[in-house]
Design a protein around this ligand. Structure first.
Ligand SMILES: NC(=O)c1ccc[n+]([C@@H]2O[C@H](COP(=O)([O-])OP(=O)(O)OC[C@H]3O[C@@H](n4cnc5c(N)ncnc54)[C@H](O)[C@@H]3O)[C@@H](O)[C@H]2O)c1
Ligand SMILES: Nc1nc(=O)c(N)c(NC[C@H](O)[C@H](O)[C@H](O)COP(=O)(O)O)[nH]1
Length: 250
């Protein structure tokens, strides 16, 4: 389905929260934007593994506008398995065609190699030149990965909790794939961890949809407790609101 036009007032609203093109910051981490859509009761889906539409068409277009402005788009394997997402960019300025070049590089955090490229939406879009093939971050390369030539598998160490360490991970992604800006689109495990990392997250852009998803829904709520925000700005659409902010750095 094609997108509705981008609301004009979203452009100035988002401007100061987007990565700047000039900023290369060699040796430093990439610019990281944490973005997702939540219900009124802070849920990002109806249930674990259930793909759920929360955004209005206006804010769906905004998500593609955000994708246009980032070099990479990162998700956890839970989202890859639940949503089979495309992660490409369908928005482009009027003088450009939205093709593979406009799209960010998908990055999937999959320490235990649960996701398969074959048969995925990512494979379908890459085959049509409508999206870039992904980088999959694993703990240890399984033997079969060599068959899927379009996918780049990267090994990264995990800690005792089975997780990659965020800062070395983002540094690796910038160094190895020249990704100067990365938007993180979820899911809950990834979002809940990064909400407590003002040292990593540069901007946070959250769509709030006018619906409740209920107690069975997948919740976003930082386990670390209260989180302060700075430079908070609100946009109001015909049905959704968007809050843009920075996580407070002490
Ligand atoms: N509304 C939205 O904006 C939105 C966005 C994305 C996903 N979702 C929904 O969220 C749900 C999926 O969320 P989830 O929490 O199950 O999945 P997730 O996408 O956060 O993936 C979790 C998994 O990713 C891997 N992972 C995450 N962080 C890691 C790290 N630091 N190191 C190593 N591995 C790491 C682990 O294997 C972990 O189990 C789905 O229902 C999906 O529809 C909604
Ligand atoms: N902005 C936003 N609004 C929503 O209502 C919703 N459910 C998501 N969810 C984000 C999640 O990462 C999805 O998997 C991708 O948004 C799917 O991406 P595609 O459209 O297939 O490219 N994101």
């Amino acid at each position: 389905m094609s997108l509705v036009p981008l609301r004009d007032d979203l452009v100035p609203f988002l401007k100061s929260y987007l990565p700047s093109n000039e900023e290369q910051r060699p040796g430093l981490k990439p610019f990281v934007t944490l973005t997702y859509a939540q219900s009124m009761d802070s849920r990002i889906s109806k249930g674990k593994g259930v793909r759920t539409v929360i955004s209005h068409l206006e804010t769906k277009t905004m998500t593609h506008y955000l994708r246009f402005h980032h070099d990479g788009i990162l998700i956890g394997v839970g989202t890859a398995l639940a949503d089979d997402p495309g992660l490409n960019c369908k928005w482009s300025p009027v003088d450009k065609i939205a093709d593979m070049q406009c799209s960010p590089r998908p990055i999937i955090l999959d320490p235990q190699c649960k996701w398969r490229y074959e048969g995925s939406k990512l494979q379908e879009l890459a085959a049509q030149n409508l999206g870039k093939p992904p980088v999959v971050v694993v703990n240890k390369l399984p033997a079969w990965t060599t068959k899927a030539k379009a996918v780049t598998y990267v090994e990264a160490p995990v800690g005792p909790d089975g997780k990659f360490d965020w800062l070395p991970l983002f540094l690796l992604l910038k160094r190895q794939f020249q990704l100067n800006s990365i938007m993180v689109e979820g899911g809950a495990v990834v979002i809940n961890e990064l909400l407590s990392r003002p040292d990593i997250v540069d901007s946070i852009i959250v769509t709030i949809g006018a619906k409740y998803l209920g107690i069975q829904g997948v919740e976003v709520s930082p386990p670390a407790g209260e989180i302060e925000m700075d430079d908070v700005a609100w946009w109001k659409g015909s049905k959704d609101a968007v809050v843009a902010a920075r996580l407070h750095r002490t």
